[in-house]
Design a protein around this ligand. Sequence first.
Ligand SMILES: [Cu+2]
Length: 142
Amino acid sequence: MGAFKRRIMLVLAAGAGGALLLAGCGGGDSPTPSSTSSGTGSPAASSAATGTKVTATEKEFSITLSTTTFTPGVYTFEVVNQGTMLHNLTIKGPGVDTQASPNVQAGATGQVTVTLQQGSYELWCSLDNHKALGMDTTIQVG
Ligand SMILES: [Cu+2]
């Protein structure tokens, strides 16, 4: 009984040690883009919020952005659907060859992250004829 318990303790200790080891390696190995010049700028494909956050409030049939001043950089647009229909936010412009948020249910939110360069970008809802009905706006970056 006692020996069995001790073995479990050992296994647990080994597991914890392994986890610590992994955490240590991960922290030491992952380069931060700002501290090295070797990064070729492959962006993380995750949908996690990065960069400057902008709220895009959508309803039938308009898109209202929380800011109208943009400088080049990474932006995460958070779509807040205050309407009663399904909407999304689709973006196209320099370096962004049409990226879209997921389709967002009424009352829900969704995100799309893009890297904006200097220039003009069009933002619209690509569902049905929502764009023609007014869910269409243009921003100037830089
Ligand atoms: Cu829409």
